[in-house]
Design a protein around this ligand. Sequence first.
Ligand SMILES: N[C@@H](CCC[C@H](N)C(=O)O)C(=O)O
Length: 269
Amino acid sequence: MASGAPFRFHKMHGLGNDFVVIDARESAVAMDAARARAIADRREGIGCDQLVLIEPSATADAKITFFNADGSLAESCGNASRCIAQLLGGESRVETAGGVIALIAEGEGATVDMGAPRFDWDAIPLAYPVDTAVLPVAWDELEAPIAVNVGNPHAIFFVPDTDAVALDRLGPLIEHDALFPERVNVNVATIESPQRLRLRVWERGAGLTRACGTGACATAVAAIRSGRAHSPVTVALPGGELVIAWAPGGTIRMTGPAAHVFTGEARGL
Ligand SMILES: N[C@@H](CCC[C@H](N)C(=O)O)C(=O)O
């Protein structure tokens, strides 16, 4: 599908991680990888890190599909979920490929219950059985990551200084490593105190972004589980801050802002 019928969209962002959101609950909008890639293209399309499609759901208030800028599908997207919370208003439950999540719109942001993290090697997924608390692998100075699935797959590296890591070079190598059969989001984090960490993320299918909500969730969970941090954890990303609360055995709650930039109509995409 090269292009399709005109559609209305919302341009939104969460901490600078930006989205084209199409509300197709009342009139269907056909979407596939090629069309999503064309819309996400920053030179010839509208431009975004993720395209988000809202459709009717038989089991929840809406069904949400996340496409990365490269056209690939993502099971989950934390920052976009807060934007959806703002669009739907109040309290809602939405169906995603990563599971049903609960949204609460609050002022100019939202709190999202992202569900429970998973740690089994085949739930990440990894290519072979290994201890996900310390993966026995290294890429230059990035070594022994922790793997966590929060709907989507993440590898987390704790490093002395996130800014010193060449994430633009190492991110794509790790994302495409054969250890991760569905590719992976790459997080580099520095613990500043037991309740605050700094984070940069190379996103699967989108590259370096200003912020990644699921990356913040996965990293906070990895920090708490490994005794590096205590809940709630403030995660400082290049685009701003999120607060993540989690206790072992429970679900992850993410709180942060969501911004509506403009509403537009697209033709020829
Ligand atoms: N921006 C996101 C994550 C989007 C999906 C990710 N790139 C993937 O492929 O898993 C967020 O805020 O969580």
